[in-house]
Every structure is written in structure tokens, then in C-alpha cells.
Design a protein around this ligand. Structure first.
Ligand code: SF4
Ligand code: SF4
Length: 270
């Protein structure tokens, strides 16, 4: 056996690292959940909100249609005549009692579909859990949006950036049956803090994804797409640099959050 053969034999075990080394340069398919979360789809069905009109009045008229349609029987609504001197909603009646039991809700959104005034819609928040039954039953006090039209945030809810925006994006999807005549047709009322929300892009016209919060499927699922379906800027060395930048920004954000938590904890002990 020559010296070269001997060296090759001695170093042969490096071959065992080929697969590992190859994986090092590939994009990871896992996420550090819950510190890092995948972007949520604009039509995500999450925790409900009760919307208000631009003048602050509540949209709910206490008709109980949402409660009637709910397959899990988890909504309890009672309507009451509006007090003439300080009406709560523009209609004759308003939702006096409104409760959703989240131990039962399956987030099917049938309540959202049934509602004639777009009073009940859903945010993107689905990461919330409870330690007692009382917390799981959300009342009007928790469900009605605040004075800026934003969902209220409870201590046990894990809200992330964007979860409270574009509540129930799918409500604004037009031409659901594929009829181009309904594309872009606004059939919903304005909302507190937002005005009249823009419709989702149709199938044949320009999509304003920025305005409506829509996401291309590739934005969410790129790591599962075929190479030819991935934008050139995200492939090869350029893609690695792009991913490195993204992950650096993500880790910096995580570090900043950890530092802020540490400082807050330190401050409470002083
Ligand atoms: S999302 Fe479905 S299960 Fe949940 S409250 Fe609405 S209708 Fe009921
Ligand atoms: S949320 Fe809508 S469907 Fe439910 S009681 Fe109020 S107005 Fe009626």
C-alpha cells in the first residue's frame, strides 16, 4: 500500500461528515417557536373582536344570529333596546351581553359569516391559554375593540406584531364564487381606527398586498417550494446572504427583547 493510499485510509472517516457538512449550508426548515413564529395568513381565524363604527358606536345589534349559527354553542348574546339618550349602537337594539366560551370555540368563523353588521370578526391571535374557566369566557369587556379600533390585549395572550391588524381579512375577499363582476366591490361598513377597509385583490385585477395584508403563498412557504419557484434573489449565495441578514435581524430582536425583560426584572427588584 502506497503512502497516499495510507493517508486516504486514515482520513477516510471524514467522509462520514459529508452529510452533516452539506446540511450546515442548507436553510433550516425548523423555527425556534415560540420565540420565532411563521408569518400568519391574512385570513387566519384567531381570537374574536367586536368592532365599532368610526364614531365609536358598537356594530353589534344583539340579533343573536352568531349565537344561533355557532356549531359549538359557545356564544351567549342578549340584546336590549338602546337607551334613547345615549345609544350604544346605531340600531334599535344593541348587544347587552356578549360572551364567547373559548373552551368550546373551534374558530370556524360561522359567527363572522352570519353577522349582518360585521360586528364580530377575528384577529390572527390563536396563542392564548387559561388556567381557569372564568378567563376562558370572554365578555364584551374583553372583546370590544379599544378607542383606536385595536383588539384589547390580555395578560395571557401572546400577541405578536401584525396579529392585531387586518382582523378577518377574508371578510374583504371579493368575488368569492369567482364572479369577476364582484371584484373590488366594497360591501362592508367603515371601522373605528381604519375607515373603510380595502378589498382583497381579485383574480384579474391588481392586488394591493400592502394595503390588504395579503401574502403571496411563496412568502410563507418558500422553504417548501421547488427551486424554480423561488425568486432568484433568494437562491444560491444571494439567498444565503439574504437569509443570514434575516436571521441576524431576528436574533438581534430576540436579544433586545431578552435584555428588555432582564432590565424590567432588575428594576422591579430594586
Ligand atoms: S368561530 Fe365558530 S365555534 Fe367559534 S364562536 Fe364563532 S361560530 Fe362558534
Ligand atoms: S355579533 Fe353580529 S350576529 Fe352576533 S348578535 Fe351582534 S350583530 Fe348579531
Amino acid at each position: 500500500m502506497s503512502l497516499m493510499d495510507d493517508i486516504k485510509k486514515q482520513l477516510g472517516f471524514f467522509g462520514g461528515f459529508t452529510l452533516t457538512t452539506r446540511q450546515l449550508t442548507r436553510p433550516r426548515v425548523t423555527w425556534s417557536y415560540p420565540d420565532v413564529k411563521k408569518p400568519k395568513q391574512p385570513r387566519q381565524h384567531g381570537r374574536h373582536v367586536l368592532n365599532r363604527y368610526e364614531d365609536g358606536m358598537e356594530k353589534c345589534i344583539g340579533c343573536e344570529l352568531c349565537a344561533g349559527v355557532c356549531p359549538a354553542d359557545c356564544i351567549h348574546v342578549r340584546g336590549l333596546d338602546n337607551p334613547p339618550d345615549h345609544p350604544v349602537s346605531p340600531g334599535e337594539r344593541y348587544g347587552y351581553i356578549y360572551e364567547i366560551n373559548y373552551l368550546r370555540c373551534i374558530h370556524c368563523d360561522l359567527c363572522v359569516e352570519a353577522c349582518p353588521t360585521e360586528a364580530i370578526t377575528e384577529s390572527k391571535l390563536f396563542e392564548f391559554s387559561f388556567t381557569n374557566r372564568a378567563d376562558a369566557i370572554y365578555t364584551k369587556a374583553e372583546l370590544v375593540v379599544d378607542d383606536n379600533g385595536m383588539p384589547q390585549k390580555l395578560p395571557w395572550e401572546d400577541w405578536r406584531e401584525g396579529d392585531d391588524l387586518m382582523t378577518s381579512g377574508w371578510m374583504r375577499a371579493t368575488s368569492p364564487a369567482g364572479d369577476a363582476a364582484f371584484e373590488g366591490e366594497v360591501a362592508w361598513s367603515p371601522e373605528l381606527g381604519y375607515g373603510t377597509r380595502a378589498p382583497e385583490g381579485g383574480q384579474s385585477e391588481h392586488r394591493d398586498d400592502e394595503e390588504t395584508g395579503s401574502k403571496e403563498l411563496r412568502d410563507v412557504l418558500e422553504r417548501h417550494l421547488l427551486t424554480e419557484d423561488i425568486p432568484k434573489a433568494h437562491r444560491g449565495m444571494r439567498g444565503r446572504v439574504w437569509r443570514l441578514r434575516n436571521s441576524t435581524a431576528m436574533h438581534k430582536k430576540k436579544l433586545d427583547a431578552a435584555l428588555a425583560r432582564y432590565k424590567a426584572k432588575k428594576a422591579t427588584h430594586e
